[in-house]
Design a protein around this ligand. Structure first.
Ligand SMILES: [Fe+2]
Ligand SMILES: [Fe+2]
Length: 448
């Protein structure tokens, strides 16, 4: 039961400081929870001994180092006949008695939904909740950021109704500046209520990007990679190619390559991506990188350098697109039918040109990658969509175009199992010339 007079108190048992950090921020922002955190079940029990009556929910990692944390806590509660709901997160077998188990601990939406359910917070409660005009964010979160996606304020000490602008939107600030505010005694900074979810999403993406692959399951790695790609797009659109975005792009590309290598079969990879609920953009990029690199590996002119190049192109070509509805546009007709604002429409129209511009500024980009990216929707200048590809495009462009169309067809039918026959027939109809047909035949042998 949620007490009327105070926020629901949640005990979080998690030893990864980054996960702990974005769990706290998300749970407090989305559900208004107050959270106490402990690094192990052993320490959590110490708290429960005196405070159990005040705790409404426990969120615990299945296993923390050698400790079976979820199991220990659930057994502890059962023995004392305490009925606090327990949400178990992280890979492993579900412990009987848990309220819910979320094996991919980075699926925050699922965590938030389950926490709401456990606390009997309804969608209506959330909608009715009064959110202050200026939403407080603990100042510690600003230490992981170099800039904020929205303006940031502090509350005037003399007059709490006054909010002083501190950091402008997307303007760099330093850790020293944040520390100076801490020295002034400031514990919270504020963002406007309308911006709070964007802000929280951005901090979460930053923290997820920093997670070590070693600490994560294969599924969690995919989720982290998906969020990291979103972060990269946001940064490219706001600050362009800088040392920071180059580093982030390289990190993202490495993850993409690792996933290609560790998934020998396309069907398996696809199944993984779908069950993982990764974004359409991420699935599109990952499958395209997979298919493209497999074709190049098996084509007569293929070489490790060319493989590297097709991966690079697959990674960059749609990087200017900010969300799934934008990424699903594949023709002039799609664009006309889409319900976009004028700015988004221009972005989608120009995305090939924009991505090509990033690539020309990217250090050591493979030769000619920018041109293939610029022309990936069939227009020479990278603006708009054309259904016609010149017959004089380079061999690499042919591979890319086929791989992209293949990916589009797979994802169009993503709810159904792969129908290789229909798929290849559709491709052959789309690209009747022999240069394309050769590549399509190769696809047959390498991806199934
Ligand atoms: Fe694409
Ligand atoms: Fe595209």
């Amino acid at each position: 039961m949620v007490r009327e007079d105070s926020l629901a108190l949640t005990l979080l048992v998690e030893n990864n400081p980054k996960i702990e950090s974005f769990y706290m921020l998300n749970l407090s922002t989305w559900l208004g929870l107050e959270i106490i955190s402990k690094k192990k079940a052993e320490f959590a029990i110490g708290l429960l001994q005196s405070e159990a009556a005040n705790i409404d929910l426990i969120i615990v990692r299945s296993k923390i180092e050698k400790e079976d944390s979820a199991k220990i806590l659930i057994e502890y509660l059962a023995k004392r006949k305490l009925t606090i709901p327990v949400i178990e997160v992280g890979p492993g077998k579900e412990v009987p008695g848990a309220f819910a188990h979320i094996p991919n601990s980075l699926l925050l939406k699922l965590l938030i939904q389950n926490a709401a359910k456990a606390l009997k917070i309804t969608a209506k409660d959330m909608a009715d909740k009064v959110v202050p005009e200026y939403f407080p964010i603990p100042i510690l979160y600003f230490k992981v950021l170099r800039r904020s996606v929205c303006p940031v304020y502090s509350q005037d000490i003399e007059d709490p109704a006054v909010f002083i602008p501190r950091f402008a939107k997307l303007k760099d600030f330093t850790e020293a500046e944040v520390n100076a505010l801490v020295q002034e005694g400031i514990t919270h900074l504020y963002v406007e209520k309308l911006h709070r979810l964007d802000f929280v999403n951005n901090v979460t993406n930053e923290l997820m990007t920093e997670l070590e692959a070693l600490d994560l399951s294969a599924d969690e790695q995919l989720t982290a990679a998906d969020r990291s790609l979103e972060l990269l797009t946001q940064k490219l659109l706001s600050i362009g190619i800088t040392e920071e975005t180059v580093k982030l792009a390289k990190k993202n590309m490495d993850t993409l390559k690792r996933t290609v290598k560790t998934n020998p079969k396309l069907a398996k990879l696809l199944e993984r991506l779908l069950s993982n609920k990764t974004s359409y953009i991420y699935r599109h990029t990952q499958i395209l990188a997979y298919v493209g690199s497999h074709i190049v590996r098996n084509i007569d002119w293929g070489s490790p350098d060319q493989e590297e190049k097709i991966m690079f192109i697959a990674f960059f070509h749609d990087l200017a697109l900010a969300d799934d509805t934008q990424a699903r546009v594949a023709s002039a007709l799609d664009l006309r039918k889409a319900n976009f604002s004028p700015e988004v429409k221009i972005l989608v129209e120009k995305h090939a040109q924009l991505a090509a511009e990033y690539v020309t500024k990217f250090p050591h980009a493979p030769m000619g990658a920018d041109q293939i990216i610029r022309q990936h929707h069939g227009t020479l200048n990278g603006i708009g969509f054309s259904e016609h590809w010149g017959n004089n495009v380079s061999p690499m462009s042919v591979v890319f175009i086929v791989a992209e169309e293949f990916t589009r067809i797979i994802l169009k039918n993503e709810e159904r199992p792969l129908q290789r026959h229909d798929l290849l027939r559709e491709l052959k109809e789309t690209f009747p010339t022999s240069r394309f047909q050769k590549v399509i035949e190769l696809l047959e042998s390498v991806t199934f």
